[in-house]
Design a binder for this molecule. Structure first.
Ligand code: CP
Ligand code: NVA
Length: 308
């Protein structure tokens, strides 16, 4: 049966750890300059209904690195822009390509696409989830901290797609995970309820309480794509949720700060803090490439021959 990656809870803990491990191997292979093209003659359709730099380029370079061909579609390029249903798009694309990546608004669009496609569907970001980014961030933490055990991982800011995918990661891997959002901006409630059953999960409104003794602090923009009209209000609501030196003082001395990018310096992250942790932040961006390749290989071919 074909598999999809519409959210992190589509995969098991064991599959998640496999993908992290495989990303490490593919990163090493690329650094050695060794050719590895198992997806020759395979096509990846990428549908973008929102802007993207990292997701688009890492998937495009990733599929080419593996020997395949990307086809980039924006809504206006296709009949989707004139109302062709996603169910028809799914069945048509499945006749031509071997996998579909989509960045869109509602998670229901990705789920309908996955239901009606006979090829794997990957979520490249919806209003609700950003699983490829969080998988890449897990890999980055793994590289820097060597394990997830005994780590306090914190997310501060909006209860948005990144926050929801982080909570899914916490549920999947039983992470020691803490989140702080303003009241009224919490992540999806059924995920919060599920995570609360895990004694390693904590939720606060106060960012300082959340950041206490943190090993890893994640943040993301206060205004996500599609929320532009709420910009002025959000800047007021979130102003005490900035990652700055004062907040970092309550974290562990060797804390790392992570940001999925794009960043707004002076809003969710202070400029100096961004630069201090830029080695982490740009490794997160780099790792999107290696993780995308692991996802593509796994969905199209299954587990890799580990001798490669
Ligand atoms: N982090 C991320 O998904 O970046 P893009 O919006 O540039 O793809
Ligand atoms: N929460 C952000 C993430 C961007 C990668 C957004 O949806 O715009």
């Amino acid at each position: 049966m074909k598999r999809d990656f519409t959210k992190l809870l589509d995969i098991s803990k064991e599959e998640c750890l496999y993908l992290i491990d495989r990303s490490k191997e593919l990163k090493e292979l690329k650094k050695q300059g060794r050719e590895y093209r198992p997806l020759r003659d395979r096509y990846l359709a990428m549908i973008f209904e929102k802007a993207s730099t990292r997701t688009r380029i890492s998937f495009e370079v990733g599929i080419r690195d593996l020997g395949g061909t990307p086809i980039v579609l924006t809504k206006g390029d296709t009949q989707m822009g004139r109302g062709e249903p996603i169910e028809d798009m799914a069945r048509v694309l499945s006749k031509y390509v071997d996998a579909i990546m989509i960045r869109t608004y509602g998670q229901d669009v990705v789920e309908r696409l996955a239901k009606w496609s006979t090829v794997p569907v990957i979520n490249g970001l919806t209003d609700e989830y950003h699983p490829c980014q969080v998988l890449s961030d897990l890999f980055t933490i793994w590289e820097i901290k060597k394990d997830f055990k005994d780590l306090k991982i914190v997310y501060i800011g909006d209860g948005n797609n990144m926050a929801n995918s982080w909570i899914e990661a916490a549920i999947l891997l039983n992470l020691n995970f803490t989140i702080a959002t303003p009241e009224g901006y919490e992540p999806i409630s059924h995920l919060m309820e599920r995570a609360k059953r895990n004694h390693n999960f904590q939720f606060f409104n106060d960012p300082f309480e959340a950041a206490k003794d943190a090993d890893v602090i994640n943040t993301d923009v206060w205004v996500s794509m599609g929320q532009e009209e709420e910009q002025a209000k959000r800047k007021r609501v979130f102003k005490s949720y900035r990652i700055d030196e004062k907040l970092l003082n309550v974290a562990k001395k060797d804390v790392i700060v992570m940001h999925c990018l794009p960043a707004h310096r002076g809003e969710e992250i202070e400029g100096d803090v961004f630069e201090r942790f830029s080695h982490v932040i740009f490794t997160q961006a780099e790792n999107r490439l290696h993780v995308q390749k692991a996802i593509l290989e796994w969905l199209m071919l299954g587990r890799a021959n580990r001798t490669i």
